[in-house]
Ligand binder design. Structure first.
Ligand code: PLP
Length: 463
């Protein structure tokens, strides 16, 4: 019996919400959110916050969308659940077709799940089963980047490029082989961004060769980085090199677009920015359900899926795969993308957002770099703009920027990556529905937040 299961049930605290599981020192500042609309959320005290990062880059169409809510309610009344191992359902068929058409040739088949971690696991399990079924059972190795984030299941944790997780994985799960992510800001000596990206691609090839190409199942990467790298955008040359290396060695290339997909970067798939370097598999989630329903997807070529279907079939599933209500939500989200032109808006309005963030460098000396594309940016915080020196890790800069946000009406997505080994940043990725006036207001509040943090750092003698 657990230690706290004794004593008087009347005085025991029951539940506690999700935050009960978080580090005690992060629980206190969390506002209790009661409602949300558009880009804003309100807490139980009536305070308004701008959703600067769309949660963790989820709420792409904004909050309180009546079209999506109505579509889900309608679907729940007609058909709430249908198990795909027993029956087909119309929302699944319609949603898969619409998604595949948007993704384009090479991504004709759609395997749905409940989120990004499941989508990435499905991709790996699919490729593993395909390898076994086509006579390549030795393909067991996965290569990912350092840093990177692919999800929270045990298999995902082993794929993530997160050095702080290594003790957790020790003797428990086998970490994937890691290759460096092509950072563009703070580079190793004697490198510029171009030469470093070339180096990163060379290390990928050397790693595949060292593992034995016949043993390597897949290289998994985020085409445009999320929180783990602070939104790094690769060069076209890097993408072409990666594609060529994977093709040359018979390694499947998987793009994790869980965060950067769904129009965030100004194209429906981030992969569409590099049409001559398309992956074999792409995964999506977050903006796919836009917060209205848990939803993830793995998109794969018809040739592979149909071949595996003839050989063994893909054997793995979850009870909530292709849930009719989730599919109806996904369909309605896509309706809103179309009606409001959100992907094009990400491209056009993203330029203003970027300019606004760049301007912060003049008023906030701790802003070192602004990276990203479309409506997906990271702001990297530094001790010194000229030398790019990071703030001391003891400052927990990413966390502190987040906790200063609510004082200025902002909810900001950040957490330290790899214990701050690569620097500190937070994400600016508001709902794609944001207006120009709302964007200006958000930028002013962001400036006030960073200035407050600067004052704190100056008082502490760090600046
Ligand atoms: C790039 C990337 N992949 C996968 C995931 C995992 O997605 P989920 O949290 O929906 O399981 C995330 C979540 O942050 C992500 O950013």
């Amino acid at each position: 019996m657990a230690a706290n299961a004794t004593g008087n049930p009347e005085t025991r605290e029951w539940g506690g919400g999700q935050t009960a599981f978080y580090a005690a020192d992060t629980i206190v500042p969390f506002p209790l959110i009661e409602r949300a609309e558009g880009i804003a959320m309100w807490d139980d005290q009536g305070r308004r916050y701008i959703d600067v990062s769309s949660g963790p880059v989820v709420s792409n169409i904004g909050h309180g969308n009546a079209h999506v809510a109505d579509a889900m309610a309608r679907q729940a009344k007609v058909l709430d659940y249908a198990f795909p191992r027993q029956v087909r359902n119309r929302p699944n068929i319609d949603f898969a077709e619409r998604l595949a058409r948007l993704a384009g040739p090479g991504f004709e088949r759609v395997h749905l799940s409940s989120g990004g971690s499941e989508a990435n696991e499905s991709a790996i399990k699919f490729l593993r089963q395909y390898a076994i079924a086509t006579g390549k059972p030795e393909k067991t190795k996965i290569v990912t980047r350092d840093p990177s984030y692919h999800g929270g299941t045990i298999a995902n944790l082993a794929m993530n490029g997160e050095v702080m997780m290594l003790p957790f994985l020790e003797g428990f799960a086998e970490p994937s082989a890691k290759v460096p992510a092509p950072f563009t800001y703070r580079l190793p000596e004697n490198h510029d961004a171009e030469s470093y990206a070339r180096h990163c691609a060379e290390v990928l090839e050397q790693t595949i060769q060292a593992l034995g190409p016949q043993n390597v199942l897949a290289f998994v990467m985020e085409p445009v980085g999320g929180l783990s790298t602070g939104c790094i955008v690769p060069s076209a040359d890097y993408m072409r090199r990666v594609r060529a290396i994977c093709t040359r060695h018979g390694v499947h290339l998987v793009f994790d677009e869980v965060l950067c997909g769904m129009g965030r970067t100004g194209k429906f798939l981030a992969a569409h920015h590099w049409p001559d370097a398309l992956p074999d598999i792409v995964t999506k989630a977050k903006g796919l359900g836009s917060g209205y329903s848990p939803l993830g997807a793995m998109l794969a070529p018809a040739e592979m899926v149909d071949e595996l279907s003839r050989l063994t079939g893909f054997e793995f599933q979850y009870s909530y795969n292709a849930n009719p209500i989730s599919c109806a939500a996904g369909m309605a989200v896509l309706d809103e993308y179309e009606r409001l032109g959100l992907t094009d808006k990400a491209a056009s309005m993203g330029k203003d957002l970027r300019n606004g963030l760049e301007r912060l460098k003049t008023t906030c000396p701790i802003v070192g770099d602004v990276r990203g594309m479309g409506m997906l940016y990271a702001v990297e915080l530094v001790a010194d703009q000229a030398t790019k020196a990071p703030l001391p890790t003891t400052c927990k800069a990413a966390d502190r920027a987040r906790t200063h946000g609510p004082d200025n009406g902002l909810l900001i997505y950040s957490r330290p990556t790899s214990g701050g080994r690569y620097g500190d940043w937070f994400t600016v990725s508001p709902p794609l529905t944001i207006t120009e006036a709302e964007c200006d207001d958000m930028l002013q509040r962001l400036e006030a937040t960073l200035v407050a943090f600067q004052v704190e750092l100056t008082r502490a003698g760090v600046l």
